[in-house]
Design a protein around this ligand. Structure first.
Ligand code: ZN
Length: 148
């Protein structure tokens, strides 16, 4: 089942340059981690019961680097939290929805994630994310998840 908007992913050329605005807004970067498989560094910025996720490419052939080259900085994806991602994945497949990954697989923060093609969603890349076992369903503003 799908619950809240877990985060909004924003493609940036540089986390160091982009974070200043969010800090001026009064928000705080919770932690930064690298996801080598995706070729990105990710900065998590809690905001109420959701968060911003700034995505900075670490290599020129990464999906986020290609997005930046084509469209410039901006909203890269929206993520909704799933409490049963295998069931959601299977249901979407039955409905004929185009998914990006063959099956839900590891993403940032130990979550298991799947992506839905923008063709199916009205034009946005949609991420489904199931938090790791034991993680709070809704992360706190203090940052319920620690950096690796
Ligand atoms: Zn994301």
């Amino acid at each position: 089942m799908i619950r809240n908007v877990e985060h909004i992913g924003i493609a940036v050329r540089s986390i160091e340059e982009a974070r200043g605005f969010y800090e001026a807004l009064g928000l705080t970067v919770d932690h930064i981690e690298e996801v080598p498989d995706e070729g990105v560094r990710v900065a998590f910025i809690p905001c109420g019961n959701t968060r911003f996720e700034l995505l900075e490419p670490t290599r020129p052939d990464s999906p986020v680097a290609k997005f930046l080259a084509k469209r410039g900085p901006g909203i890269h994806h929206v993520c909704v939290e799933s409490d049963a991602i295998d069931e959601d994945d299977a249901r979407l497949r039955r409905e004929g929805v185009e998914l990006i990954r063959e099956r839900p697989s590891p993403g940032a923060g130990g979550a298991r994630v799947q992506f839905v093609h923008p063709k199916a969603t009205g034009g946005i890349l949609l991420e489904l994310s199931q938090p790791p076992e034991g993680a709070a369903a809704a992360h706190s503003a203090a940052g319920g998840r620690s950096a690796r």
